[in-house]
Design a protein around this ligand. Sequence first.
Ligand SMILES: [Zn+2]
Length: 84
Amino acid sequence: MSANSDPKACAEFQAQLPELLGSGLDLANHPHLSGCPLCQALLSDLETIAEAARQLLAPVAEPPDQLWEQIESALREQESGTAE
Ligand SMILES: [Zn+2]
């Protein structure tokens, strides 16, 4: 039974894709993917999209410097503020 050009196998594989991607498995070793150029193309499209989405969703990671300053000054206030 060949997985090549079997729309059902592709549909099954694609249905599993989110899980497979989420599991962090190496999809290059997936038996269906290695025999199916269609799904290889799909996966590389997905990876391109995922990469773009990552950049869109995490545009500017604010450096937590300010947060640390706030924590530090809060701690300092607590230390000195509790004296009488
Ligand atoms: Zn396929």
